[in-house]
Design a protein around this ligand. Sequence first.
Ligand code: 4AD
Length: 433
Amino acid sequence: MATNYISIQDAINQASKTVSIHGWVHRERGSNKLKFVTLRDSSNLIQCVFDRAVFEKRWDEIDKLQVEASLRITGEIKKDERALTGYEIQVKDFEVIGKSENFPIAKDLSIEFLADNRHLWLRSRKMTAILKIRSTVFGAIDEFFRQNGFYEYHSPIFQAVQCEGGSDLFSVNYFDQKDVFLSQSWQLYAEPAIFSLEKIYTIAPSFRAEPSKTSRHLTEYWHAEMEVAWCEFKDIQDCGEKLLKHVVKKVLEKNKEELKILERDISKLEPIVKKPFVRMTYTEALKILKDKCKMPVEWGKDLRTIEEEKLTMLYDVPIICTNYPKKVKAFYMMEDPQNPDTVQGCDFLAPEGHGEIIGGSQREHDLEKIKNRLRAQGENPKHYEFYLDTRRYGSVPHGGFGLGVERVVKWICGLESIKDAIPFPRTMERYKP
Ligand code: 4AD
């Protein structure tokens, strides 16, 4: 990094002296006498003015500057209310570092075109703002768990068992071995580690062969997961609530500018930090859906996207929905002793129709019950011997959850689609560029 160059934001902060900056041409316009270049770097934008009287000999070079050319500039910075970010630089010297001709992203901004040119679209103000918020979210998750005494721990990505049902598993050609899959979740390889570390977390990629083309499903997403020994079901819910409050608080503190660029109404995020989340059972949720939304759901059916959407529209904070019917949930969830048709599992549903962002549970520790539920799902418990050992040697009450990072970014940024919450989205229809 050239040391005498400062960021555009630093230049603006120390306004009214000679500064050297570098960046890319965001916009350019000009006349025969003056050329206005809006330069951008990761920190901000600034208008730079080239005067032909100063650069007569180099005017051709300046005249040919196009969008996305990279430049080094030295000049005098001053306040100018008319300029986009309130400041302007009168250029005294410059160097073109990388030319750019006919940058493809100009007029055609169709979703498909932008997806094909994702590598270039990442430079847009919108994507830059989202990527900064995404960075804050990752940092905040990490900070929260470390501050609360969790160890970072890693499960393998190549796995020999399913965790969340066989229907969306990606099989891998692993030296011609059968039954090797990409991780859906760290969980089955994380539970063994709570006997060593007690409180653990990760942020890692998870993979789901989701045939759905929805605004909330990716085939590869980043999964923040935690697992903790000696806990009760309520502790898992409390931890998820505290984590989300921490993440939203950090984004509100650090990313005001980015939220403004995304035109996000921050009054929709403020209650998340201040108010307790709404907690209800699945059965209570069905009653509310029937009475308030005129949407009757038969007991025992999982909630569909549309039902989750309607439910979340009723509150300005996430809903922690618990006690789903046992038959719609994963084999490892603890049967509720008070109501054995249901499990001590919870989904966190984000407001404004964004839907499920966290799924978690207390874990079943009765060995026979787990085996029976595996069999009921068509699985052979023999393949799970390593996992079942966690229930044989000093089993303790424990639980955990998984948070879909892109789902959280989508919600915080108020995005229409999850695809914009990740640099290169992978979906059923797209694995390129
Ligand atoms: O509810 P899920 O399937 O739970 C698990 O994987 C548990 N084993 C986690 C645990 O207890 N450690 O997934 C957890 C979260 C969902 O709430 C959602 O936010 C996200 O992962 N998720 C997806 N995000 C993007 N695209 C997909 N296809 C997703 N599937 C799940």
